[in-house]
Design a protein around this ligand. Structure first.
Ligand SMILES: Nc1ncnc2c1ncn2[C@@H]1O[C@H](COP(=O)(O)OP(=O)(O)OP(=O)(O)O)[C@@H](O)[C@H]1O
Ligand SMILES: [Mg+2]
Length: 192
């Protein structure tokens, strides 16, 4: 029942499509299936109009963190992953300037006034060539540690190593110069 509010628009649209003769049984089934998958995964979709909005989404996500989470960011160059990461870092109280650790691949930040979360591990896999090379980076000590949040840019490169539990999947798509579609799996609405 708690999903009904999110399911209703999908059913309403399906009804309209069927009435308008714009849909056959197969298309309807696929549409309903994808709507259900989104609901089960708790998928939220946002449209960000500028970098500040994207940073704010990152900040809002922090209210859902308890420690031990992995935030997997995927999307093209310049789609806003680092901007989002800055929001996460700021909301955790990190005052250091956050830049993509493109060449060093990962950087560890200590949270100045730690609660349950003591470290943010910012990983950027743009230059990783083989997924198993992640094992040689020396991140192991912090990977899925209860007092650490791991945020990974270019997480699509290590799909098979991503944990299933405590995972937020954040997908970035460039719509135009300043608009980004941001899809977050595994979270209830982070706008409020
Ligand atoms: N809505 C938006 N959200 C985020 N960034 C935006 C937006 N509109 C414009 N931008 C600009 O797009 C760029 C995003 O850069 P950012 O470094 O965050 O991308 P990235 O996904 O981390 O890229 P890379 O894969 O190279 O690390 C910034 O210059 C930012 O100002
Ligand atoms: Mg980046």
């Amino acid at each position: 029942m708690r999903h009904w509010r999110r399911l209703r628009p999908a059913f309403a649209e399906t009804k309209l499509r069927l009435r308008a003769g714009r849909s056959d049984d197969m298309k309807t089934a696929v549409f309903i299936r994808s709507s259900l998958v989104e609901i089960i995964r708790n998928t939220m979709k946002y449209s960000s109009k500028n970098a500040q909005e994207t940073e704010k989404l990152g900040k809002k996500l922090v209210s859902k963190l308890r420690g031990g989470e992995t935030i997997a960011l995927t999307g093209d160059l310049g789609s806003g992953k680092t901007v989002f990461a800055k929001g996460v870092a700021k909301a955790l109280g990190i005052r250091k300037k956050i830049t993509s650790p493109t060449f060093v691949l990962w950087r560890l930040y200590q949270i100045p006034k730690p609660g349950r979360i003591k470290y943010l591990c910012h990983i950027d896999l743009y230059r990783l060539t083989q997924s198993q090379d992640i094992l040689a980076l020396g991140i192991n000590e912090y990977w899925q540690r209860k007092d650490t949040v791991c945020l990974i840019e270019w997480a699509e490169k290590i799909k098979r190593f991503l944990p299933r539990k405590n995972l937020f999947l954040v997908k970035f798509e460039i719509s135009d110069l300043n608009t980004r579609k941001i899809i977050i799996d595994g979270v209830s609405d982070v706008r409020s």
